[in-house]
Design a protein around this ligand. Structure first.
Ligand SMILES: Nc1ncnc2c1ncn2[C@@H]1O[C@H](COP(=O)(O)OP(=O)(O)OP(=O)(O)O)[C@@H](O)[C@H]1O
Length: 349
């Protein structure tokens, strides 16, 4: 079981707004998230739910008009926790690549089209690892081989590789300095399903061999079952459910998680009917009052359009839904509570 010694990254009360107009976009709201050493944490949600904004804030890669307006992001390195939000650009540069590396959606965002692959690896290795030019090129070949690309392809330019190879090369590049954390933002959306499976298998094997932790972002919940140890479900800028991957998929507690599960076919196992989620996520400039999912929720009831449900639970899993308000009693044992009747899940509207 994980305990506090194993924490690698913990975010508390994180808020990110885009100040692009007079009324900002509230892209990330009050997010608490913990990543343990050696685990893969999947972050899932429909487009526009704030996944990318969250990870750019966690890694301090946000760019204007995004502003992290409150919270802490503690990174637990060898010398104890440091709050990434308090670090200057110099200190952050020392952490990037060596401690925290990122793989973006498109390999072309990470690779420079006018430089040979090996030269790009060599730049990183010489700067961060102090390798000589020839050692760095040698290491580049080894890193490419690690993801199944022949070492001599280090001399190729990015456009000379297939899309799948390019994406695997960016994963190898992210691993160049043996970071503790690799953040992957939809790393397989640009490749076909066969390549997607191959990449996921490779990431899982490399993680086992090298022991890094992964934050993996996707909109496809069924894909996370293949790779994640734990999952955090985001909706309208908030984390609405967390849990062990298989448990959360087998027994979703938030109606949004259940809807996401129905929307994506499982990669393995029996075929199920696929049903889309009616409606679309709310705009985050003026999110709805109460639970942001209530306008689309088949199980909404009285408090849902008024009170934002808090994220309740413990290490085994958390959920932010009034259907599970009973968890409040176990979270706050010293406060007096009326005993909770199990709530009926009637549908209104
Ligand atoms: N530069 C920007 N300026 C203003 N609003 C933005 C900007 N970038 C993103 N947003 C808004 O922030 C919210 C969260 O977007 P974000 O890209 O983080 O979501 P996402 O879940 O990662 O979506 P996707 O899967 O499409 O990448 C959305 O409402 C989006 O419209």
């Amino acid at each position: 079981m994980n305990d506090s010694r194993d924490v690698l990254l913990s975010a508390r009360g994180l808020r990110v707004d885009y100040f692009d107009q007079a009324e900002p976009v509230h892209a990330v709201r009050d997010v608490d998230l913990t990543l343990y050493r050696g685990e893969t944490l999947g972050i899932v949600g429909e487009s526009g739910c704030g996944k990318s904004t969250l990870v750019t804030a966690l890694t301090r890669l946000e760019r204007p008009p995004a502003v992290t307006t409150s919270g802490t992001v503690d990174f637990h390195g060898d010398d104890g926790p440091v709050d990434l939000l308090r670090l200057g650009e110099r200190e952050l540069r020392a952490l990037r690549w060596e401690r925290i590396a990122i793989v973006f959606q498109s390999a072309m965002n990470a690779l420079n089209p006018v430089h040979r692959l090996g030269a790009q690896f060599a730049d990183v290795l010489r700067l961060h690892r102090g390798l000589s030019r020839s050692d760095a090129w040698q290491r580049a070949g080894e890193l490419l081989a690690m993801v199944g690309i022949p070492a001599d392809r280090a001399r190729a330019y990015p456009h000379e590789l297939s899309g799948g190879m390019r994406q695997r090369a960016t994963i190898a590049l992210a691993l160049a300095c043996e970071p503790d954390l690799v953040v992957m933002d939809e790393p397989t959306t640009a490749v076909d399903v066969v390549m997607q499976r191959q990449i996921l298998r490779q990431v899982a094997r490399l993680k086992r061999e090298l022991g890094f932790s992964v934050i993996f972002i996707t909109h496809d919940l069924s894909l996370l079952i293949e790779i994640a140890d734990r999952i955090a479900v985001m909706y309208a800028g908030r984390v609405v459910e967390t849990g062990q991957a298989r448990q959360l998929y087998a027994d979703p507690r938030h109606p949004y998680t259940a809807a996401l599960r129905s929307a994506f076919p499982p990669l393995h196992g029996p075929r199920r009917e696929i049903t889309g989620i009616p409606g679309s996520p709310p705009g985050l400039r003026h999110p709805p009052a109460g639970c942001p999912f209530h306008p689309r929720c088949p199980q909404r009831f009285d408090p849902c359009d008024q009170e934002v449900p808090p994220l309740l639970g413990g290490e085994g899993g958390e959920v932010a839904c009034h259907l599970h308000d009973g968890l409040r009693a176990s979270r706050e044992p010293h406060e007096s509570h009326e005993p909770h009747e199990p709530r009926s899940t009637h549908v209104t509207g």
